[in-house]
Design a protein around this ligand. Structure first.
Ligand code: HEC
Length: 250
């Protein structure tokens, strides 16, 4: 092939990859995609923070755990900065979309409120497992955030343990793609799609099982886990679910 031809093909490929040849409506709104991605990571960072404190929370000897909303906030901000490379403390000066500057603090607030509302549970002495785990935290924080902002946020899986997390049609389709062994397990690769005739943008972040998930979601399938649900028989690296965001577009 002539080098001129190769250059033309390279240009066309780049334009296609950028979506410039697509009609405007089908072109994803990059600010909304980034906002959705950051919200999904922040909800998961909250889940991971609860997971990192699980043995403290489950300690039957201790009454006051000192796991206050402020302690949680420090830890979740550190985890989020590590994963998203965005400093939530200096959000004003960070290079993120204006919409994210509005919504990320609302999600932090919702997450802190969940930790505040569960202080009595967390600080209960004489009880080991208290049912306050990443998933219950995630369900409650997402619901608080939705109530406050009107922005759709949830954790989902097929089949779900909690019926509130039941996937809709779009989520079912994306969960299937995530579950495929060829889908990248590393790099927090999201899927995004403009829907409702260009009125909304959907973003999903996959969650893959790590070793720590398997005491509840692992083998043997059908056996009860500590929370009373049946284990799914999952293995490390299998799809554990996803975080789903839907952002209204103007
Ligand atoms: C202590 C047991 C336990 C561990 C450990 C655990 N989960 Fe779960 N998970 C649950 C329970 C219980 C629910 C249902 C919570 C509810 O009622 O909302 C759940 C729900 C979920 C959901 C929401 C969808 C649904 O089925 O309702 C996702 C996604 C999920 N877990 C992924 C994970 C991943 C990924 C890990 C590891 C990083 C993990 N879980 C670790 C017990 C656990």
């Amino acid at each position: 092939m002539s080098s001129a031809k190769a250059i033309v093909i390279a240009f066309v490929t780049v334009f296609l990859a950028d979506g410039l040849l697509l009609p405007p409506k089908a072109r994803a709104n990059p600010d909304a995609v980034e906002t959705g991605r950051l919200l999904a990571i922040l909800l998961d960072a909250g889940r991971v923070t609860i997971g990192a404190n699980q043995s403290l929370i489950n300690d039957p000897e201790k009454g006051n755990k000192g796991f206050t909303p402020e302690v949680f906030e420090k830890q979740v901000i550190a985890k989020f900065t590590e994963r998203a490379n965005v400093d939530l403390v200096n959000l004003k000066n960070e290079k993120v979309p204006d919409l994210a500057k509005k919504l990320l603090p609302a999600l932090i607030e919702a997450e802190k409120q969940v930790v505040a509302n569960n202080q009595i549970v967390i600080n209960k002495q004489g009880v080991g497992f208290k049912g306050f785990i990443p998933a219950t935290f995630g369900t409650q924080a997402a619901s608080k955030f939705r109530d406050k902002t009107g922005v759709y946020l949830k954790q989902t899986m097929n089949p779900p343990r909690n019926p509130k997390n039941t996937p809709d049609e779009f989520e079912l389709k994306v969960l299937k793609a995530f579950a495929d062994p060829s889908y990248p397990r590393q790099g927090e690769k999201i899927v995004s799609e403009t829907v409702d005739g260009g009125k909304a943008l959907r973003v999903m972040l996959p969650l893959f099982y790590l070793k720590g998930c398997l005491s509840c979601h692992g083998e043997p399938k059908g056996e009860k886990d500590i929370s009373g649900y049946m284990k799914e028989g999952g293995k490390e690296g299998d799809l554990g679910g996803a975080i789903s965001v839907k952002i209204p577009l103007k």
